[in-house]
Each structure stands twice: as structure tokens, then as C-alpha cells.
Write a protein that binds this ligand. Structure first.
Ligand code: NAP
Length: 256
């Protein structure tokens, strides 16, 4: 029996990286999936791939900073597939890398709005839909950055990701009684476009440096993080709520 048979899921940041891998994983496990991000072409290609594999998905392009978009995602899940059981709120930006004294208020706001305010907006519309369904699983992608590690130049990103964990815990306390589990997933360094090692102009040697920070001496593949999102989405984690779950290859404990 597929792990997410008869479930309806929503995945943001699905145009690439962890979100894309997770949308495919959820669909493979039987979920009908609403996929979101700004790049419509990438979303359409993802929907085609999922359908070619025998799954079902629909694309909703837009910006997660918009409350209208947050509502539209939930409305699409309800109208098209009959409800919402799982939401993987995963879209984010690294934002501008700069020491705090050099970061403008606009740059700070852009990162906080994309990574944290979007999580509030998502929950605001997703919780009522899950309550109508009698329960569900809300998952937010946080990071080890801001939780077990501080990296220079990443103040807004770290603050947004730590904020997501606080929001997760309040939501878990508010809605456990409604059968809604709420958890944060904290990946370690993952080999996606967002990783600093993959940014244009990244110094030679940065990838090796980052890999070495992890006990496993490598970065994660997005599919490995998707497996953990699947665990949190499914009944395999039926008594897990309010946690900040590190899936970090040991970057948080490694001192070698
Ligand atoms: P990625 O491949 O760059 O994915 C980021 C996704 O977010 C893209 O699909 C992007 O799509 C979407 N996005 C960004 N801004 C958006 C906006 N304003 N509105 C809608 N969608 C937006 O990077 P990733 O590594 O998979 O990132 C996924 C999550 O993992 C993020 O929350 C990130 O913070 C977290 N994370 C990553 C790492 C790492 O090392 N890669 C480590 C820890 C945590 P569009 O550009 O099409 O909008």
C-alpha cells in the first residue's frame, strides 16, 4: 500500500531541489499534489513527469510572499482534489549575504517575508482546510543554520529559519487537538541551486570545505531530504509533532 494513498498534498518550492524531489516522492507514494513556485515552466515540466509516472499533480505558479497565493494553493487542493491533508512549506531564499551592519532593511525584509511570513500565511489558510478534513500534517523546511550553527553573513536567513521553528511549535500546540501534526525539517548542506557551493562565482574549495563540516563528509542529495519529508507527511510519524528534525549528515555535531 503506498504511504500516501488517497492523500492530497501541497508542496512549495517545487520548481527545483528539495521541493521538486519531495513532490515526486509524494506522488510516487500515491498523493495527488499541488506544486508551487514562481517558475511556471519548471512546474509544468514537473507535472508532466509526475503524470508520465502514473501520478497526479497540478501546478500553481506564484510568489509565496502573497496571501492571495497562499489561499489559492489551498483552494486548488480543495476544489480539484477535495481537500488538503499534507503541506510541505519549503520555498525559501538565501537572500543577500552581508554582515548585519551592511544589510539594508529592504534586504532583511525580503528574506524574512519569503522564508518566515510565507510560513505564517501558509498556515493561516492550510490549518482551516486540514481541520475540515479532521487532521493533517504541516511541514516547514527550516535549516541547521540558525539552529545549531551561525554562519557570518547569514543573519536574515538564520533568523527566518529559527523563526519557522518557533512558529512550528506554536502551531503544533494549537492544533494537536484537531489532529494536525506540525513539524520542522532541518536539512544539512544539500546539493541544490541554493547551496552556497553552487552559487555563481563560488570559490574553488568551498564545496570541499562544506562537505567536510558534515560527519558524513558529503552534501545530501535532495531525494534524501525528500525521504524525511515523506516520513513527516505519512502515518509513519503519527505521534511526532512540534519537533525540529535534523536531517543534517551530522553537521551539527561534527568537530573534526
Ligand atoms: P532551491 O533548489 O533553490 O529551491 C528553492 C525553491 O524555492 C525553488 O523552487 C524556488 O522556486 C522557490 N522560491 C524561492 N523564492 C520563492 C518565492 N518568493 N515564491 C515562491 N517560490 C519561491 O533550493 P533548496 O535547497 O531545494 O531549498 C529548499 C529548502 O531547503 C529551502 O527552505 C532552504 O532554505 C532549505 N535548505 C536548503 C539547504 C541547502 O543546503 N540547499 C540547507 C538547509 C535548508 P522559484 O525560483 O521558481 O520561485
Amino acid at each position: 500500500m503506498p504511504m500516501l494513498a488517497d492523500k492530497v498534498a501541497l508542496v512549495t518550492g517545487a520548481s527545483s531541489g528539495i521541493g521538486r524531489a519531495t513532490a515526486r516522492q509524494f506522488a510516487r507514494e500515491g498523493a495527488r499534489v499541488v506544486v508551487a513556485a514562481r517558475r511556471a515552466g519548471e512546474l509544468d515540466a514537473l507535472v508532466d513527469e509526475i503524470r508520465a509516472d502514473g501520478g497526479e499533480a497540478v501546478a500553481v505558479p506564484g510568489d509565496v510572499r502573497s496571501g492571495t497565493m497562499a489561499k489559492q494553493l489551498v483552494d486548488t487542493a480543495v476544489r480539484r482534489y477535495g481537500g488538503l491533508d499534507i503541506a510541505f512549506n519549503n520555498a525559501a531564499t538565501l537572500g543577500t549575504a552581508a554582515p548585519v551592519a551592511d544589510l539594508s532593511l529592504e534586504q532583511w525584509h525580503e528574506t524574512i517575508e519569503t522564508n518566515l511570513t510565507s510560513a505564517f500565511l501558509a498556515a493561516k489558510y492550510q490549518v482551516p482546510a486540514m481541520r475540515a478534513r479532521g487532521g493533517g500534517s504541516l511541514i516547514f523546511t527550516s535549516s541547521f543554520v540558525g539552529w545549531t550553527a551561525g554562519f557570518p553573513g547569514m543573519a536574515a536567513y538564520a533568523a527566518s529559519k529559527a523563526g519557522v521553528i518557533g512558529l512550528t511549535r506554536v502551531l503544533a500546540a494549537e492544533h494537536g487537538v484537531h489532529g494536525i501534526r506540525v513539524n520542522a525539517l532541518l536539512p544539512g548542506g544539500t546539493d541544490t541551486a541554493m547551496n552556497v557551493a553552487n552559487q555563481p562565482g563560488a570559490p574553488a574549495g568551498l564545496r570541499g570545505f562544506l562537505e567536510n563540516l558534515h560527519a558524513l563528509k558529503r552534501l545530501a542529495q535532495p531525494e534524501e531530504i525528500a525521504q524525511s519529508a515523506l516520513y513527516l507527511a505519512s502515518d509513519a510519524s503519527s505521534f511526532v509533532t512540534g519537533v525540529a528534525m535534523l536531517v543534517d549528515g551530522g553537521v551539527s555535531i561534527c568537530r573534526t
